[in-house]
Design a protein around this ligand. Structure first.
Ligand code: ADP
Length: 346
């Protein structure tokens, strides 16, 4: 449905994105994920036809729509666009907002508008005005408006940014169902990894204007190819070490070095908070002390001090539910190797 081939772009000579290739297939939700300034919005604007590439090509539904020497205008692309602020017209009712850009007019347009309002479950609000609606309802009007012309691809720019966290969970659930039910291909932008995992069939992680890893959510979470990606998908501890005989020694066990690492290479071990296992152990030789333990709701965060001989490591562990670890408790910690990753230190 949508394909970027080796796309490069710059703002007034300053590169924004470089050599980006990506595809979004029919009915697929693909997310661009990365920190602020990595080029997510620029890629969305390139897809929409609001920016022109310096190099490469963009294809939409079998047609070449952008290149360095040509650009199909946004309104000819059959692309839906949903902005962060929804951009609803305040003086138009919900149904008038939804049918605004439709090629058909009159009762045909109204019929299509009511159908799409029904798809997002707000047909009863057709005659209301935007200021009478909650944030979640406005969000659904914006989605209905973007879906009304039956676009082959919908572009979503941080679609939940304006919603509080409870509402966001409900709305994104509904949004996912609507996208899947209508088989609309979607390219979404977010800086929130959990949101990306919830919504996406595939995630494209960007860093400094280039793709650093692409995959299904589970691949990115379980097999990150860099400390950057691992850190983006969850809170992590970082422990530094040095490769010796193919291993990196730590106070809580040895880790295998990567095949390409040589003796003496510095290494970082990235350990997710939830990968640390804690067992109470007051006997001599217990290798950590609880500094603090805080209940965060569904989980508790445990601050641990691990003596290293000369110094101490400060680690965080996330354990489910209410914890029973008082300050000063001696514990023994171990690491779930599935959630600990070794990378060359940088
Ligand atoms: P993101 O959406 O990931 O936050 P953007 O695509 O907005 O990133 O920005 C990518 C890079 O391009 C950043 O370095 C940003 O400062 C720059 N940039 C974005 N918009 C403009 C603009 N209109 N003029 C000049 N530079 C811009």
């Amino acid at each position: 449905m949508l394909e970027f081939r080796n796309i490069a772009h710059a703002y007034n000579g300053t590169p924004s994105v470089n050599d980006i290739s990506l595809t979004v297939n029919e009915g697929e939700v693909v997310t661009l994920l990365g920190p602020s300034g990595c080029g997510k919005t620029t890629l969305l604007r390139l897809a929409a036809g609001l920016e022109q590439p310096l190099g490469g090509e963009i294809w939409l539904d079998g047609n070449r729509v952008s290149g360095p020497e040509m650009m199909m205008p946004p309104e000819k692309r059959g692309v839906g666009f949903m902005f962060q602020d929804y951009a609803l017209f305040p003086h138009l009712s919900v149904i008038e907002n939804v049918v605004f850009g439709l090629p058909e007019k009159g009762s045909l347009a109204t019929r299509r508008g009511l159908d799409v309002l029904a798809e997002v479950n707000i047909e009863t609000l057709a005659d209301a005005y935007p200021h009478e609606l909650s944030g979640g309802q406005q969000q659904r009007v914006a989605l209905a408006r973007a879906l009304a012309p039956k676009p082959s691809v919908i572009l979503l720019d941080e679609p939940y940014a304006g919603l509080d966290s409870r509402l966001r969970e409900r709305i994104r659930d509904q949004m996912l169902h609507v996208l899947k039910a209508t088989k609309t291909a979607a390219l979404m932008v977010t800086h929130d990894a959990e949101e990306a995992m919830f919504m996406s069939d595939r995630i494209i992680v960007l860093r400094d204007g280039t793709v650093t890893q692409t995959g299904r959510p589970v691949n990115l979470y379980c097999q990150p190819n860099s400390a950057f990606v691992a850190e983006f998908f969850g809170e992590v501890n970082r422990v530094e070490g040095v490769v010796r005989d193919g291993q990196i020694e730590t106070p809580f066990g040895n880790f295998d070095a990567r095949a390409e690492m040589k003796d003496g290479d510095p290494a970082s071990i990235v350990i997710r908070y939830e990968a640390l296992r804690i067992e109470p152990d007051s006997s001599v030789g217990a290798n950590a002390v609880v500094m603090e333990a805080r209940l965060l709701g569904r989980a508790s965060l445990i601050h641990l001090s691990v003596p290293t001989g000369t110094d101490e490591l400060h680690l965080h562990a996330r354990v489910p539910g209410l914890n029973s670890f008082g300050e000063g408790t001696q514990v023994r910690i171990s690491v779930d190797a599935e959630q600990a990753f070794v990378f060359a230190a940088n």
